[in-house]
Design a protein around this ligand. Structure first.
Ligand SMILES: Nc1ncnc2c1ncn2[C@@H]1O[C@H](COP(=O)(O)OP(=O)(O)OP(=O)(O)O)[C@@H](O)[C@H]1O
Ligand SMILES: [Mg+2]
Length: 232
């Protein structure tokens, strides 16, 4: 459903961020993309989501194929319509708006009835979010913000969800919770997942495949063995 072939990415025409990375995510799979700071993980996410131009970057060579179609240079709206939703790093949400308003913004393409049902589903899945639904999103805890972002992503009805470092800055218990939620979404909704992280995370993170930075190049392999450490 997603295949990336020998992708090269540059910023401002000269800064080479990715030099030949390939990976595949099949239907219903959860694939981990593991690498240390600066390995190029977020650049790959931006490339897949069509967002590189917003960061003064572009794909220099290689291919992205989504759901059987060439998607290398498509714009973000088209890619989202095809079924890929990316949750970017740094918890990008509207901090001065409430969770309800953030969810409405994320689901603005849905007919009102579907939006209402979708929001009810999100609140049923994340009861803590429901309790805090009328507060400013910027005042939610890191874990609650992550849940809100996942809820927003669900309202875009993705077939493939790409999440960039969801565990960043979270306590181990919350990381467990986020991983369990993602796994439940995969099983219950038949979503495919590409999870970007620095390490494989807790046992609740069950990967079916892995692409990791091995010090000089990206390599693909089966599920990572534990314990596993990032090698630089
Ligand atoms: N907008 C940009 N303009 C110029 N260079 C950039 C830009 N974004 C990223 N880079 C460079 O591209 C390389 C890869 O960065 P990227 O953010 O993709 O790494 P990362 O693996 O996501 O790191 P982190 O774990 O810190 O999030 C780095 O050398 C970085 O400095
Ligand atoms: Mg990053």
């Amino acid at each position: 459903m997603l295949s990336v072939e020998n992708l090269k990415v540059v910023y401002r025409g000269v800064i080479l961020a990715l030099d030949g990375v390939s990976l595949e995510v099949g239907e219903g799979e959860a694939v981990a993309l593991l690498g240390p700071n600066g390995a190029g993980k977020s650049s790959l996410v931006r490339a897949m989501a069509g967002l590189l131009p917003k960061f003064e970057g572009r794909v220099l060579d290689g291919k992205v194929r989504l759901f059987g179609q060439e998607a290398t240079h498509l714009d973000p709206v088209r890619i989202s319509q095809m079924g890929l939703t990316a949750v970017l790093e740094g918890r990008p949400l509207f901090r001065y708006l409430t969770p309800v308003e953030n969810l409405v913004a994320a689901g603005h393409r849905l007919p009102p009835r579907e939006l209402k049902e979708g929001m009810e589903e999100v609140f049923a899945r994340f009861p803590r979010l429901y309790e805090r639904r009328r507060e400013q999103a910027g005042y939610l805890s890191g874990g609650e913000q992550q849940m809100l972002l996942l809820g927003m992503a669900l309202l875009t009805r993705p077939r493939l969800l790409v999440v960039d470092e969801p565990s960043l800055g979270l306590a181990p218990k919350l990381v467990e919770e986020v991983m369990r939620t993602l796994d439940a979404l995969r099983r219950e909704k038949g979503l495919s997942l590409l999870l970007v992280e620095q390490t494989p995370g807790p046992p609740s993170a069950s990967w079916t495949g892995c692409t990791c930075w091995s010090g000089a190049a990206w390599s693909s392999r089966g599920a990572p063995r534990r314990p596993w450490r990032t090698r630089t």
